[in-house]
Write a protein that binds this ligand. Structure first.
Ligand SMILES: [Zn+2]
Length: 860
């Protein structure tokens, strides 16, 4: 396993050889010496070594932790890739035309060699501490957030003071003397995750979006190569933030910076795993280097201002922004359905010089994430990204959507080697899989559905779990994580391992998550098929849903753990309530069917108006005879609380005196045009209903249905508003010039076969309830507290509180969600007091229709 890994000496020789063969492309230099007098190698890759330091640069560091050999290996093969491909790879040439790449393949050569030769899991450097113990964790020896400790034997002992170590001093001096560094990547293992830099405040910074996109672009390159998915995790509250690390030091110098955790173990099987990890990180590194010019501190192109949503519907979003533009500038807009997504050519939805963009044909009740940057074609430069806009499209006219969170007391995990599993419920993370200590572990997630209407028809659903940590899934490509709906009739005790193990699963939902798709920091979803939604609809009667989450149940020989940890959101181990397991549903209701009979029936010919009689066709002079039908909508429930979801017109013929090719059209018209022949000839048609029908078809089928299309349904809904009567005209047409004495008689009012207007409708509020009032900000116990008065309306469902540090949130998804529920106050628990920001409070009803926001600005 270790044979194929290269020693520090070997890599030094390799790099020096490359330098010899490609002197204008590769440079090797020492930026300092370790305690054991090894040179710390710095490799420069540039189109022209002479000018390398004047070009925006990517800075790579690897193996600062001795046992994390991946960094060293990736650096070697990356340089090798460059020298072997510079002549043939236009992407690489293009990148090197605009960027320099600096690599410190191994920032801890002493520790690395110690780990290779003696103690594989050694992490620190090889300083001899005053008490005779060895080592300082170099990645705790930087000054930002440095923690002074005397626990010298600790694996994360940060040294006597910041920069006490020659290795970190060398990095400091190099970075401080190279202001052209724009992006810093620090390679570690393990976890398949990016950890972007933070500023020790639990707020997004203006460049959070930039760092997330940089990581997501790299992740997408990795996925392309191997299908492996990477998480992106900035360490949100109340997670402990790492102190004294290189990443935050680089970030404090204005450099976009992230840690890259590669693979699932430190020293992996080289041929099976390491080779693939290296292969997938070469395009990822190139994707990162491509961005270096855009994060250069001297980039004259500024971010787009005031990027926001101007309007949102069930299937479109209108975006707007400001920019001092000129003819050379345009904007790139990227769209994604996932948070922390990439911006690559395949999700670029618009290139425009306008200051707005309408995105059409979207799905209803769906989250969309938009990113924007400016591009200047004159200087071939791109701006950083503006903080991401998040928006959810509205529900479809006949839909409702619901978000249910797991019920704490009935959500937890059971493990085969643990006696009192009940104590994990409502408190612990959801462990799923297997490890040596816990044994086999399942998680149970219970969602209360008491508030779900019994006649709901679920149209779409997804279960979401937040991956808090995947470090204990240590085996590559082994096992999958499934979610099943438990049959509650045979369920037993959900806190008892044997009962859980034997549970009858009605169906597994969505697609399994394979081990290489496990991430952290990005929600994982199991999306239900239509069939599974039907099963879910049947579960509503139980007033709750119980899910069993399961993973692999056997370990590979010699391996200790294949365990995934999802967040429960509750208790002290979780990231907070917003990270609870969620079930998101879109549903409609079984409709009420109303059959309306005409209040008036007429036949209108050139000669006369006949009441209560209906026939239509052509008279003895060849003039058209029309039939008209008028309906009264007053028996339907009030417009504000009713949505007509389907409508059709039924007509039965009784006698047919027709030989020629005559067709009949049913028109939806305004009621007052049909009093006489003159009126009807000048009628204005709202819409034709359904398709025209021929006399022949009538002979085969006495009953005819004319279905309303969506436009006609919208018009019908409008008529409901003032409960006006509505009318229809049956009009004959023919391709022949002259037709005489051809009519069809239709059944009338008194007949069972009477013309009918059949309307299906559901109870649904059309408008939001009123906004909240008296929104106030105050400080309490060192936290920001918001208070307000809720509207007094029986349909008031609750409020949603959103925080955004960059703009007034237009939509109720645009920012960090602080609270949703019926209370009239909330705290911003982890919010920083020294940052300006906006809080927006939206009210909602059960649809939900959201009110306009009430916004308050916090100024420190
Ligand atoms: Zn590390």
């Amino acid at each position: 396993m270790k044979q194929l890994y290269r020693s520090y000496e070997e890599s030094t020789t390799l790099f020096k050889n490359f330098e010899k063969v490609y002197p204008s492309l590769i440079k090797v230099e020492s930026i300092g010496q370790t305690w054991e007098k090894r040179d710390i190698n710095l490799i420069t890759i540039s189109k022209d070594i002479e000018t390398a330091d004047f070009v925006p640069a990517l800075f790579f560091t690897g193996t600062i932790h001795a046992r994390e050999w991946i960094g060293h290996e990736v650096a070697i093969d990356f340089v090798k890739y460059v020298v072997e491909n510079i002549e043939i790879d236009p992407v690489l040439q293009n990148i090197l035309n605009k960027a320099t790449i600096y690599l410190v393949p191994c920032a801890n050569p002493d520790g690395f060699e110690y780990s290779r030769k003696h103690f594989s899991f050694w992490r620190k450097n090889r300083r001899q501490n005053a008490d005779g113990s060895y080592g300082v964790d170099l990645n705790r020896n930087f000054p930002i957030g440095f923690i002074k400790s005397t626990n010298t034997t600790s694996n994360i002992y940060g040294g006597p003071e910041p920069f006490s170590e020659p290795e970190t001093r060398a990095l400091k001096e190099f970075v401080e003397s190279h202001p052209n560094i724009a992006i810093a990547l620090d390679y570690h293992s393990q976890g398949n995750v990016f950890f972007p830099a933070h500023d020790f405040r639990h707020e997004d910074t203006v460049d959070t979006t930039d760092m997330n996109i940089l990581c997501a672009n790299m992740a997408e390159e990795i996925r392309k190569v191997s299908g492996r998915e990477y998480g992106i995790h900035q360490g949100k509250p109340p997670a402990k933030l790492i102190s004294g690390s290189g990443r935050e030091f680089y970030y404090s110098k204005g450099i976009i910076s992230t840690v890259v955790e590669v693979g699932t173990r430190n020293i992996s099987d080289y041929m099976e795993d390491m080779a693939e990890n290296i292969r997938e990180h070469i395009p990822a590194l190139l994707a990162a280097a491509q961005e270096a010019p855009y994060y250069d501190k001297n980039n004259p192109l500024k971010r787009v201002d005031n990027f926001n949503v101007a309007r949102v519907g069930s299937n479109h979003v209108r975006l707007k922004w400001d920019y001092e533009s000129n003819e050379h500038i345009h904007f790139e807009i990227y769209r994604s359905k996932k948070n922390k997504s990439y911006c690559r050519p395949f999700n670029l939805v618009a290139r425009t010089q306008a200051l707005e963009f309408v995105d059409d044909n979207l799905q209803s009740s769906t989250d969309y994430f938009y990113n924007i940057r400016a591009v200047d074609m004159n200087i071939l430069q791109k701006s950083p990204y503006t903080p991401q806009v998040r928006v959810r499209t509205l529900v479809e006219y006949d839909d409702f959507s619901r978000l249910y969170y797991a019920n704490a007391s009935q959500t937890g995990y059971v493990a085969s080697n643990i006696n009192n599993n009940a104590k994990h419920f409502g408190i612990n993370s959801l462990f799923v899989g297997i490890d040596e200590n816990k044994g086999i572990s399942y998680s149970m997630v219970t969602v209360d559905l008491k508030t779900m209407p019994e006649n709901a028809i679920i149209k779409s659903a997804r279960l979401l779990l937040y991956p808090i940590n995947r470090v204990s899934t240590t085996i590559e490509k082994y096992g999958e994580w499934n979610v099943g709906i438990v049959n509650q009739e045979t369920m037993g005790d959900i806190t008892n391992f044997d009962d859980v193990d034997e549970m009858d699963i009605t169906t597994y939902i969505g697609r399994p998550t394979a081990s290489h798709q496990l991430t952290q920091g990005i929600w994982r979803e199991w999306r239900l098929s239509r069939n599974e939604c039907e099963i879910l609809s049947n579960e509503i009667k139980n007033e709750k849903l119980v899910f069993r989450v399961e993973g692999p149940k056997k370990l590979k020989t010699g391996r200790k753990s294949q365990m995934m940890q999802w967040d429960i959101g509750y208790g002290r181990f979780g990231f907070g309530l917003t990270y609870r397991p969620m079930l998101e549903l879109t549903y409609t209701l079984e409709p009420t069917i109303a059959t309306l009979y005409p209040k008036k029936l007429n036949t209108i010919s050139n000669k006369e108006v006949k009441e209560d009689e209906v026939y239509s066709g052509y008279d003895e002079n060849g003039s058209k005879i029309y039939s008209t039908f008028e309906f009264d909508l007053s028996s339907l429930p009030p417009y504000d609380y009713t949505m007509i979801t389907r409508a059709y017109f039924e007509l039965n013929s009784t006698k047919i005196y027709i030989k020629d090719d005559i067709r009949f059209h049913l028109e939806f018209v305004d009621q007052d045009v049909i009093k006489d022949y003159n009126g009807i000839s000048n009628r204005e048609v709202i819409q034709n209903i359904g398709y025209d029908v021929s006399a022949n078809e009538l002979k085969n089928n006495q009953k005819q249905y004319f279905m309303f299309d969506s436009f006609a349904e919208i018009e019908l809904n409008k008529k409901l508003q003032d409960k006006s009567s509505i009318a229809f005209v049956l009009k004959p047409t023919s391709a022949k010039k002259v037709i005489k004495n051809s009519v069809v008689n239709w059944a009338t009012q008194d007949d069972e076969l009477s013309p009918k207007l059949i309307i299906e409708y559901i109870p649904k509020r059309r408008n939001p309830v009123n906004t909240i009032e008296n929104l106030k900000l105050l400080k309490e116990d060192g936290k920001i507290k918001l208070t307000w008065d809720n509207p007094k309306d029986k349909d008031f469902g609750g409020v949603k509180v959103i925080k955004n540090a960059f703009r007034e949130p237009f939509s109720n998804n645009d920012g960090q969600k602080l609270y949703a529920g019926r209370d009239n106050y909330t705290y911003d628990d982890f919010g920083a007091l020294d940052i300006e920001k906006y809080y927006a409070v939206f009210t909602y009803d059960e649809v939900p229709n959201y009110s306009e926001p009430v916004i308050i600005k916090y100024t420190p």
